[in-house]
Design a protein around this ligand. Structure first.
Ligand code: FMN
Length: 219
């Protein structure tokens, strides 16, 4: 697969089939993840795959509770504003996030990413994104989530048997599954609205109204 196709079409893919992810694909996902850069090449990371329905079954209620807390907290204002202004894109993200929570037990594979001595997460997220790109190359959709580590870290550690006294932090959990729908290019605010040149606020010097890579080029 062309690298730009992977970069442009790897997005939160939350509607997936229950079909298992084959071992060779799992191997490829993790082997891509550990090729990623980390500060000082410290590789202070651990990756934990979950495909046991009993473990998923214990995590599901925690995940739903965590997302519920987010929706009642920070996201409440976001949703109300989006409803008021008719911001359909934000409302779609919220509905999709809720779908993930409601169908948590249906994702065939979960990846938990742990890091330590990495307060900003700068040494773990490149590896997680590499895992998601590798999955995309195999036709597997993924969605990065953070709410379990924020709201239910202790319970999650207990369920997964993670030692609580070794400085590990749960950075995120990624769901994997074969998509029910189609791949598409992620809509985003364009480059010229979020980029400057030489000095904050100064125009970057070009405008890119449409994505430079388009699905017609899909392999
Ligand atoms: C740091 C981070 C945390 C995220 N946490 C969650 C989460 O807890 N639950 C969820 O459903 N999606 C989560 N997401 C996924 C975002 O909602 C998603 O990447 C964004 O809406 C863009 O989606 P798109 O690529 O489909 O356009 C998270 C993404 C990032 C980068």
């Amino acid at each position: 697969m062309n690298i730009f196709e992977a970069l442009y079409t790897t997005r939160a893919m939350r509607r997936v089939k229950p079909d298992p992810i084959p071992q060779d694909v799992q191997r490829s996902i993790l082997d891509a993840a550990i090729r990623a850069p980390s500060g000082g090449n410290a590789q202070s990371w651990r990756f934990l795959l979950v495909d046991d329905p009993a473990v998923r079954g214990r995590l599901g209620p925690l995940y739903r509770d965590a997302l519920g807390r987010l929706f009642e907290g920070h996201y409440k204002v976001l949703r109300e504003k989006a409803e008021e202004s008719g911001d359909e894109q934000t409302l779609r993200v919220l509905r999709s996030a809720k779908h993930l929570a409601d169908h948590f037990e249906g994702y065939p594979l979960l990846l938990f990413a742990f890091t330590r001595n990495d307060p900003g997460g700068g040494s773990i997220f490149p590896s997680v994104w590499s895992a998601q790109l590798a999955a995309r190359a195999h036709g597997v959709g993924s969605a990065l989530t953070s709410v379990l580590g924020i709201f239910h870290k202790e319970e999650t550690f207990e369920i997964l048997g993670v030692p609580g006294d070794k400085g590990w932090n749960l950075s995120c959990m990624v769901t994997f599954g074969y998509p029910t729908g189609r791949w598409g290019v992620a809509p985003r605010r364009p480059v010229h609205e979020v980029s400057y040149r030489n000095r904050w606020g100064e125009p970057v010097g070009f405008e890119i109204p449409e994505p430079l890579w388009t699905p017609e080029e899909m392999s």
